[in-house]
Design a protein around this ligand. Structure first.
Ligand code: NAP
Length: 607
């Protein structure tokens, strides 16, 4: 176990150790990825067949791209606001978004379901567990779609191929890969942050001769079983998993129970906190007062954003860390340097607890040591699991630690790490999602606005938005901002999608009421972009050097935060501040910053 000869020595030791571990991992090629479009075989839908249909050629009020929580909430809110004909267009075979695609064994929500699943009170629904399993969440997205009548016009297994603004008609024309040509007054893009697969460009990956798939395209035909069943066909298979992030942490235990041999290829260990999942206490649920969900959700986001609150309503692994800081009133009387040092100490002690848990659970000391994360807690998204670590005690499970270097090469029969080839029959990529390449590439189609302006050109150097949700030259286009697109970010992604979706629906309803088309002025957009580019980051991350000293990962642009394009950022402040800004703007009622022109259809009708 780590020696702790005193606070000052602890910090000195931790800084040196964290720096050494960080330096091992700095590599300009570590985030190189394959173009997923050149690997259609890895993108196909293994869950439902594509049903032939005739192309649609009609007009609706609004087209919403994406049937995940962002699209569902926006569409539902639009219908609540009286915008009736709302069409979801979705690449998958159903609604659900990440919960349609991520059906891997053991998949569950890492945020408490009572704050994660939107509109629980409206739908009179209580999740079965504190942390819901994926099938229940997928079923819930279907319930939402049915509740708000969103299936009627929806098009599934359909990818948008282009959208262009027709100024004369005041309409968007949207085309798809199924030959559809749809017109709509409003165009909402809710592509999400986790819909483009990250396929690592590891040398030789294309030569692998065994079974290869990404976790969000789980091949149950090959593995057998189901999300909560034994993977019966893996009993005679050597299975390799690349990655040890949030997804890998969930699949390792079920794979360990089923595979003949499981090899986990690790580049950076995750922090594994206690999960403590439990069935929902229905007696507790009966005591919940109206408005409980919003209060609980807002409280969770406030705490995990580092806001001061008087009470912690969730009290789970996420909030414990922040509470340790918030419950230190003495910090208020300290100098910024002293506060930074105290926060570093709190962080160190928290990470020591995480490392001690590994020693307590993992029997082989060398394996335990390799599983220990040596970086500050908030350098990577924390993980929580109660079976992951114990899986490494099984005789059929082997951790292949690459000492921070990652997989060296893939051959036709195995995976090479540190010059040693490990033969595998099946290789599973738990390598996450591309959240950082150019937005237009990720959504898969270009958007053409006023006078032929292409979004790919306008955003060539990064997003330029008004409030993260509109962009000038593209009237009546609304974007649910994914990560680093000038919207807000929080641990509970769905909170952001809900409040932003509500905002978009309310703005659209107001435009409809006024019979106008809205385009942000360049001046208003420039002012907002200037604000997000020059604002300071979230308090929870501590001082400016925090990210620079973190182990490489996507939060610090793989170890070089200063090289991140300056416009690829989130709103500089807490989520609460962001929602507050949107609400204040709406309440003012002026639609300030938008250029409003009469909507052609309304003008024609009135004349
Ligand atoms: P991830 O967090 O991005 O992790 C990817 C893993 O693959 C990391 O361990 C990474 O190592 C490794 N990796 C990537 N390229 C590699 C290479 N070339 N060689 C070796 N290793 C490589 O992806 P994820 O686990 O799929 O999670 C993605 C996001 O989904 C999470 O941030 C989380 O927000 C979300 N998620 C949410 C839930 C939920 O319950 N709500 C559940 C699962 C996932 P490094 O760490 O060294 O980069």
């Amino acid at each position: 176990m780590t020696e702790t000869p005193g606070k000052a020595a602890d910090l000195e030791w931790a800084r040196a150790k964290y720096r050494a571990e960080r330096d091992k991992r700095v590599d300009p090629d570590r985030a190189k990825i394959l173009d997923p479009n050149a690997h259609a075989e890895l993108l196909h839908d293994p869950y439902s067949p594509v049903v032939p249909r005739e192309p649609e050629n009609d007009e609706v009020d609004a087209v919403v791209v994406g049937g995940g929580f962002g699209g569902l909430i926006s569409a539902a809110e639009l219908r609540k606001q009286g915008v009736e004909r709302v069409r979801i267009i979705e690449k998958a075979g159903d609604v659900g978004g990440v919960w349609y695609w991520n059906r891997y064994p053991g998949a569950m929500c890492d945020v408490e379901s009572y704050v994660y699943l939107p509109m629980l009170e409206e739908l009179n629904y209580i999740p079965r567990h504190r942390y819901s399993f994926a099938p229940e969440i997928y079923a819930y997205t279907r319930k939402l779609a049915r509740h708000f009548g969103l299936y009627d016009l929806a098009l599934f297994h359909t990818a948008v191929t282009g959208a262009s603004w027709d100024a004369e008609a005041g309409r968007w024309t949207i085309s798809t890969d199924r030959g559809d040509r749809i017109t709509a007054r409003y165009f909402v893009v809710a592509h999400g942050s986790f819909s483009s697969l990250k396929l690592p460009a590891i040398e030789g990956i294309e030569d692998f001769g065994g079974k290869l798939f990404h976790t969000s395209r789980w091949e149950y035909d090959y593995t057998g079983g189901g999300p909560a069943e034994k993977l019966a066909r893996l009993g005679d298979k050597r299975v390799g998993v690349i990655g040890t992030g949030a997804t890998a942490v969930q699949i390792v235990a079920p794979l360990a129970e089923s595979a003949q041999q499981l090899l986990v290829f690790q580049r950076t260990p995750s922090t594994i906190g206690v999960r403590n999942n439990a069935e929902t206490d229905l007696e507790w649920a009966k005591t919940l007062e109206p408005g409980w969900q919003r209060r609980r959700r807002d409280n969770f986001t406030a705490i995990t954003n580092g806001d001061k609150v008087t009470e912690d309503l969730v009290r789970d692994g996420w909030t414990i860390f922040y509470n340790t800081i918030l419950e230190r009133p003495d910090l208020a009387d300290m100098s910024p340097e002293e506060v930074a040092r105290e926060r570093e100490l709190i962080d160190f002690e928290h990470m020591e607890n995480i490392r001690e848990r590994i020693d307590d659970v993992v029997r082989d000391p060398a394996v335990a040591e390799a599983l220990k994360p040596y970086y500050r807690y908030w350098c990577k998204r924390p993980c929580f699991h109660d079976e992951y670590l114990a899986s490494f005690n099984r005789p059929n499970v082997r951790l292949v630690d690459s000492e921070g270097k990652g997989v060296e090469r893939i051959t036709s029969t195995g995976v090479v790490v540190g010059g040693v080839e490990y033969p595998v029959d099946c290789l599973i990529l738990a390598t996450g999602f591309d959240q950082d390449s150019a937005y237009v590439g990720r959504i898969g189609f270009d958007i053409i606005g006023v006078d032929g302006l292409r979004l790919s050109d306008k955003w060539a150097d990064g997003p330029e938005t008004f409030h993260g949700v509109m962009t000038s030259g593209f009237p009546n286009l609304f974007i649910l901002p994914p990560n680093n697109t000038q919207g807000t970010a929080s641990v509970n992604f769905v909170h952001g999608l809900q409040d932003t979706g509500e905002h978009i629906a309310q703005v659209i309803a107001e435009l409809d009421r006024r019979g106008v088309v809205a385009d942000p002025t360049k001046q208003a957009e420039d002012a907002y972009v200037d604000h997000v580019v020059h604002g300071s980051g979230l308090a929870m991350l501590g001082s400016g050097d925090f990210l620079k000293n973190c182990t490489p990962g996507r939060w610090n642009n793989e170890g070089d935060p200063e090289a991140r394009p300056s416009k690829n950022v989130n709103f500089p402040g807490t989520s609460d501040m962001y929602y507050g800004m949107l609400e204040k703007w709406r309440r003012a009622g002026e639609l300030e910053g938008l250029e409003l022109t009469p909507a052609p259809a309304r003008a024609a009708r009135d004349s």
